[in-house]
Design a binder for this molecule. Sequence first.
Ligand SMILES: Cc1cc2nc3c(=O)[nH]c(=O)nc-3n(C[C@H](O)[C@H](O)[C@H](O)COP(=O)(O)O)c2cc1C
Length: 281
Amino acid sequence: MVNRQTCTHCGECVIDCPARIISLGEDGYPTIASEKEGTCYRCQHCLAICPTGSVSILGQHASGSRPLKGAFPDPDALETLIRGRRSVRRFKPENLDPVLFQKLLDVAWQAPTGVNSRQVRFTVLDSHEKVVHLRDEVMAGLLRLVNNNALPERMGYFANFVSIWEKHRVDIIFRDAPHLLIASAPQHLASPMQDCMIALASFDLFAQANGVGTLWNGLAKWAMNDILPETRRRLGIPDDHLFGYAMVFGKPAVHYARTVEHGPALVYRAMEGSVSDVPVD
Ligand SMILES: Cc1cc2nc3c(=O)[nH]c(=O)nc-3n(C[C@H](O)[C@H](O)[C@H](O)COP(=O)(O)O)c2cc1C
């Protein structure tokens, strides 16, 4: 839909459309031929780029969008967030406010996906009680494998975590966090792993910007997906989904006073010098 009162015929929507399905009609207004609608990426670039907010698509209108002029975060603040986010391994037991919980997921889900497939699924445990329940099941499953000498060899170190749990009730896997997030996506997509990781990376930063602690959790992933795959079924992760990764999160019971410094980046400048210097076999 194009608002004919405000469209200036600038053609920006035509140029920016990645599927190249928008054209200016004979009347000078942008249009999509009905036979081309099926190849729309559903990216909404036409709505995003229109300087006068005249384009509506897929039921979305400019009035429902945020204006961007001058609204991006200050680069210094964003740098401090990237440098200052830490893996949190100590959590308060209380659950997050449900409104914030939902907002973190909704914002993270805005992350880009290959060919805009937007099929990343967030499987969540929204209360400490549920994570405790899952943790108890996973620890019991691992203990069974330890007792039967049936842990996969390359994951033998999980026996230590079970032992620490049994002796001291210290949870090295889920870190006694109140919430768990798993990103999964259908295997057949163009880039399911990348889609999941970008969504989780977005979640990570946005959560920490909101004072919520996060921990990327390879141990939980291996326990739930690789060692005890019945757990992923129990959590309702579809069989045809790639288990992207797991993250635990909640109010931190730890406060970091400063950033750590890891730089400079490991950079290799390829194609330095003249291209003819590159040896060719
Ligand atoms: C993909 C990935 C998996 C991780 N898995 C775990 C994990 O299972 N348990 C854990 O305690 N930390 C885990 N971490 C946290 C890393 O150990 C941590 O990022 C690293 O030590 C640097 O600390 P920082 O995140 O505070 O900068 C993981 C991090 C990443 C990126």
